[in-house]
Design a binder for this molecule. Structure first.
Ligand code: DX5
Ligand code: ZN
Length: 202
């Protein structure tokens, strides 16, 4: 199981990212919020390359992601995920991401019908399944995510699409989901020993 750490709940991002450099975590998950798609707003984290040696997994919770795609494409990025709920032309944004040689992901919020993903399944590399309402770290895992994952697995069984679950993942809830990548923020950052917490999720 691959693990991505979200630093959304961090009180000291440079310090936590440096500590994570000493672990075997696979990715740093970067949550970007615009104050419109979700209520909260984050600053731009394009300076984090100064603190992390890990590859980045970018999660854009924004209505108009084009400019963020362009600025994050310059960093050491594995995947950029945009939300399937946005009104912008998703096909074009996926092409933009692919143009930089970066994997394109579609994130889906808990209230959204999983069939919304259907028309993009031949274009995307990853589905980021939200197991909390996007907007903040430290929320509780939503149990109906389990059924949603199963529905998405049926749709993607003959496709080359990675599945990633994001929100409320800890050493208990990780057993409810069997996917390629787990995102975990609060559970790792609030632990005494980051490596031990990461091991308990694998
Ligand atoms: C929620 C974010 C998640 C979240 C994960 O809007 O997309 O990445 O911060 O953090 P935890 O593990 O604390 O739920
Ligand atoms: Zn996220």
């Amino acid at each position: 199981m691959k693990i991505a750490t979200s630093f959304l709940s961090s009180n000291n991002i440079p310090k936590d990212l440096k500590k994570l450099n000493d672990t075997d975590v696979d990715f740093i998950h970067v949550d970007i919020m615009d104050g419109k798609f979700v209520k909260n707003k984050t600053k731009s984290f394009t300076d984090i390359y100064k603190y992390t040696s890990k590859r980045l997994d970018i999660h854009l919770m924004v209505e108009h992601p084009k400019k963020d795609i362009i600025s994050y494409s310059l960093l050491n990025v594995d995947t950029i995920s945009i939300h399937v709920e946005i009104k912008d032309k998703i096909d074009e944004l996926i092409d933009l991401i692919h143009g930089y040689g970066i994997k394109a992901g579609l994130a889906i919020s808990p209230g959204t019908n999983v069939d919304e993903l259907d028309k993009y399944l031949d274009k995307i590399d990853k589905i980021l399944i939200m197991s909390v309402v996007p907007g903040e770290g430290g929320q509780e895992f939503l149990m109906d995510t389990i059924d949603r994952i199963n529905l998405i697995k049926e749709k993607t069984s003959n496709k080359n699409i990675l599945l990633e679950v994001d929100g409320g993942i800890n050493n208990i809830t990780k057993d409810y989901v069997d996917v390629d990548i787990l995102v975990s923020g609060n559970y790792i950052l609030s632990s005494e020993d980051y490596q031990q917490a990461i091991n308990s999720l694998r």
